[in-house]
Design a protein around this ligand. Sequence first.
Ligand SMILES: [Zn+2]
Length: 860
Amino acid sequence: MSADPNGIDVWEAFLDPQTDYSLPDFSAITPETLLTAVHKATDFARAEVAAVIADDAESTFFSTTVRFESASVPMTRIASVAAAIESNHLRPELTDAIGEVWEHLSATQTEILLNVDLFHRIEQVSVSDLNPEDKRQHELTIDLFVRAGARLGEDEREQMATIAAELTTLENSFSRALQLDTRELAVHLSEADALAGMNDDQIAAAANRAAERGVDGYLLPLNNFTQQGVLESLSTAQTRRHVLNNSMARGSRGGDGDTRTQVADTTALRALKAHLLGYPSYSSFAIDNQTAGNPDAAADIVSSLINPANAQLDAELAQVRQRYELETVAAEDVKYYLAKYRADEFGIDPDEVAKYFEFDTVLTEGVFRAATGLYGITFAPYEGVTAWHEDVRAYEVTDVTERPLGLVFIDPYSRDTKRGGAWMDQLVPASRLTGLLPVVTLSLNLAKPGPGRPTLLNPTELTTFFHEFGHVLHGLFANSTYPSTAGTAVPRDYVEFPSQLNEMWRFHPQVLPHFAKHVETGEPMPAELVDALIASEKFGQGFDTIEYLAAAMLDLSWHSLEAGEHITEVLSFESEVLAAAGFSPLVPPRYRSTYFGHIFASGYAAGYYSYLYSEVIAAWVSEWFEDQGGLNREAGDAFREAILAPGYSVDPMAAIERFFGTRPDVAPLLRRRGLAEPVTETDNEDDEASAESESGAASTRWDHPNHRAVAADLTAAGIDPRIEIFDGSTPTAAAAAEALGIEVGAIANSLIFSSGGQPVLIMASGAHRVDTAHVADLIGVDSLDRASKELVREATGQVIGGVAPCGHPGPIPTYVDVSLKDYPVLWAGAGTPNSMVPLTYEQLLTVTGGKEITVVAEES
Ligand SMILES: [Zn+2]
């Protein structure tokens, strides 16, 4: 009989008796209570392990596997409490104690997982009569031991333990060196002139940071990424260069802040560890139990996006160069001009937009409301509980059954004792084994406003909020027997899927109007501003995607080394990898090797690709929700039960396949990021037939390659592609005008003519017949004839009746009928006979690069 993990007095020191939830009293946590608790937890685990081994009876699932799971519960609970304090409010007096907690927990964990006697007892369990969840639990437990080295010989097990300890030391020294160099490389500027472009608040903050360090002038501290936020504001190129150079120099200047040795030694040791466990590389080991399954699958998704993202980046840079009349753009200028373009072209001022996103309204009328709409759960403030800081809010969640579902802590503000970024954690994982309801935490780093001032979110913070709440839902809906598979305890390359999926509701027409109200006037956000915001979010995706892909590729390459390889020329290795994969030096990776904390200090080794991998699923499922009509309770309930609730108690991708009947493909991700799809060989005739069967006039899903090609060109020209697909075909202008209920003159016909066998495209108003003699004269060619079907197909990839102004395989000389200027909105073909796209005259000129002409000699 195993001891009750809830019953031991591990909690005595700080269990809060005031709540129905199994929560510590955070105010009672001191170094002493924390260390007492962790020792009780590890003693409990060791005693239970000894009891399992000493048991003479035959090994059963309950006497070994489940008892091992129970034995770990107090350790896991202490770890969650320590993590919550460490990340949210690390008071200096607790720092050493928390460090001790981690050391003690990880040493105990290694000791237990390398205990072969325990492992043999677990291995002897017969699984033939187990239900699927128990059987899986048993397999996962075996896997946990095997991956720690439990099947190796004695010498190798010793080697594994040594490697584990050495890797921990290297990770700590990487962190310390990086912290030191990041601090030293903060950009110090004596003259205010150098800060031109920054706003008054930013300048005051920079002056404060300088004063804090006792230096004159201004100090711009560096954040984690290569690209620093301040690069978007600084209008002096020299300062931008200074900032980017300092940022990219981190960890590679020699001295105590240099991390190159740690990078070289860590990657070599990881390769050795993988080798001992029988894997060709660390990435094979690390990805083996992930959704992707192997490094090739991870590398494939990264590689497949390089070309479309590079094309998008080129288009973005071309637009920037054109608008600001720049010959070239240097690496330090890219971020600046992309931000400037967003502001100038879309009229998006993040400070103004933020006035529509007030924190409390976003929380109750956006984040909560979307969850209520989809899953029927409700939220109410939960009184009488104090978390780690007075700013933390607690909400109790009530299920559709009207029973309590769990508790959420929301910690919005940044503080000195909080780490950067935003995250969710399971403070108490729900499980039937412990009988505990879930308690989950959501942490943001918003600037705390002065007294009486509202907390406003910029568009990025809004996205982050919805994102983290997606994780919260995953934790709340947890419905598994064992805590080690509860809620978000899924593979890293899957866990970001529910969170990225939840981002879809932030701009959704069923959600946004409820919360996007001006903080001073209460006015709803104007439709034009919503459109501009959505369009502006797509601009710059080429850049963001490329810098992410470069970092992901770098991570996979460092972890593809074989045992015995020891790369000491860290920066040369890096530049070779990036150049070989086709990345331009204009966009350095989001992290360079020497400051890539994710993979050298915080558990993302061979896992940085995960965000993208999860996003493929998220983008695909978000289109499914759109197809279900958005906030659809039935769809939400079914999704909750099949996908969110099981956590890792089922194989996640198998659950996806069962529920949706198929596996995700990458196309929705490309649409989500506004990237063009890689061209594939398709038979157009068949595709047209299937496109025609699509119904609904305002579908935003383009299954036809021609629609995607048109959408890609429009997106590259900075135009939101709103292709509409009709039930019947609309090959003539009159038919199209009738279908749309507009004047025939507003139809922009895409007409292909032949000039001595060469195609010429004329965009003519539906009110006109093109006078070919007149136009030939005007554009200086001998003749213009109606093009053959073959020429139309060859030049446009489209068929007569479905020709679009863009989306062609190559450029076609184009002329645009000036009389189209009279209509505020034009409708042009979108690549198939049953589709059209609305454009302004200016947009038509932009996307075609066409010359304005008259198509008839004289207006009559
Ligand atoms: Zn996340």
